[in-house]
Design a protein around this ligand. Structure first.
Ligand SMILES: Cc1cc2nc3c(=O)[nH]c(=O)nc-3n(C[C@H](O)[C@H](O)[C@H](O)COP(=O)(O)O)c2cc1C
Length: 382
């Protein structure tokens, strides 16, 4: 049998801080710190604590060529090789099923940049809730804790040399740009008309034109820019209240302009899922529609293989789409929102997405505003 190391592995000397109660009561320094080695291997869905001997052993086994297990055992000891195989940090080429080896193969096939894969896999949330770990402090609380924030605008260079610009002329985009705001008070009884949903989806995520740029290479023209013209971001839709569309989970097809049903839900289950998607941010839950933006990494990484900027490009792509989404919602007379404070793992399970191939980036939504404002919004004065 042969073995090799997993494709991507980072080892972190993790410091865990705690209160040393004995020291506290004896009047000594009360902060205790302990150190351990944490293996961050993105093909595994968990961090793994290992010891110093395992760290050294992992450094002695290559990740590309398969080596004879017996040779590794002679060098490192059979027990050590066994322990690292059991953790999924070493992989064998045996015939039996090995989930870690399959995940590692998928990771290799996607052409992830190693640091990006680790950043993505280990920044996902599951079961995170506002006020339980993810606190949203008010500006007053923040100023109390941290003092004044850095100023919102800064000058650079010699102010005397600054060139005065003419005031911006009015333009047709102004209506949407000035009216756009993040809605945090949705009318829980209002529906999103089907024609509004159709326009917002098509003009944000739909293909406006198609072009063969090389044999077998088809690209779309969309209303937002996309790195390499590849448009890897897919729209997964959670419908709560749209006339003619049953509550449930759908995928939006960028060419066919259809909602593809994935899972039907009753109204209560749809609302509960919405709450979990946005980590309990109750101010978004009543939006009649949420759209999950998830990047098909293989589409972008096909060109940007093992590329230092590729993951950043995926994030930027979603940012552009969300602004387009906001402006279309604004045009329809309603607020929109985008949030990155989301439970990616809940979303992955709901839509059946694998985080190594479909990277959930953010959730946006829109809907009719409620009459009052109970949660803060930044609307321009009328
Ligand atoms: C990347 C990103 C993440 C955001 N995440 C959240 C969020 O988690 N919760 C929230 O209420 N608003 C979120 N927002 C909205 C911002 O809070 C909002 O844009 C900002 O306060 C300015 O208000 P405006 O959009 O009305 O101009 C996010 C916006 C962006 C661009």
């Amino acid at each position: 049998m042969k073995i090799r190391r997993c494709a991507v592995l980072f080892i972190e000397p993790r410091e865990d801080l705690g209160i040393d109660w004995a020291a506290l009561f004896s009047g000594a320094g009360a902060l205790s710190a302990s150190l351990r080695w944490v293996a961050l291997a993105p093909h595994l869905d968990r961090e793994t604590t290992i010891d110093a001997a395992q760290v050294a052993a992992l450094g002695a086994v290559g990740q590309t060529a398969w080596t004879e297990r017996l040779d590794a055992e002679r060098q490192l000891g059979a027990a050590m090789v066994d322990s690292l195989l059991a953790l999924g940090l070493l992989l064998d080429d045996g015939a039996s099923d090995n989930p870690a080896r399959e995940r590692d193969a998928l990771l290799r096939d996607q052409h992830w940049r190693p640091l990006s894969a680790a950043a993505h896999m280990f920044s996902r949330w599951d079961g995170m809730q506002v006020d339980k770990g993810m606190h949203f402090p008010s500006f007053e609380e923040l100023v109390q804790s941290y003092g004044a924030p850095p100023p919102p605008a800064i000058g650079r260079g010699d102010p005397e040399a600054a060139i005065k610009l003419p005031p911006p002329a009015s333009g047709p985009l102004d209506a949407q740009l000035m009216q756009r705001y993040t809605g945090r008070n949705y009318d829980p009884d209002a529906v999103l008309p089907l024609d509004v949903l159709a326009r917002v989806l098509q003009r944000t995520f739909g293909a406006q034109a198609e072009r063969m740029v090389a044999q077998e290479a088809l690209v779309f023209k969309k209303t937002s820019p996309s790195a390499g013209g590849l448009h890897p971001t897919e729209a997964y839709v959670l419908v709560q209240r749209v006339p003619g569309v049953a509550p449930g989970l759908y995928h939006y097809h960028a060419v066919h302009h259809v909602l593809e049903p994935l899972t039907m839900l009753d109204a209560a289950a749809a609302s509960e899922l919405a709450r979990q998607f946005v980590a309990d941010q109750h101010w978004f839950v009543d939006a009649p529609v949420m759209v999950v933006m998830a990047a098909r990494v293989a589409r972008n990484f096909w060109k940007y293989r093992n590329h230092a900027k590729a993951y950043r490009a995926l994030m930027l792509d979603a940012g552009h789409l969300s602004q387009t989404f906001y402006l279309l919602a604004t045009e329809a007379g309603m607020p929109g929102f985008v949030t990155a404070a989301i439970n990616e793992m809940v979303i992955e399970r709901a839509f059946g997405l694998d985080p190594l191939s479909d990277a959930v980036v953010a959730v946006c939504g829109c809907g009719v505003a409620a009459a009052g404002q109970t949660t803060l919004e930044l609307r321009l004065e009328e």
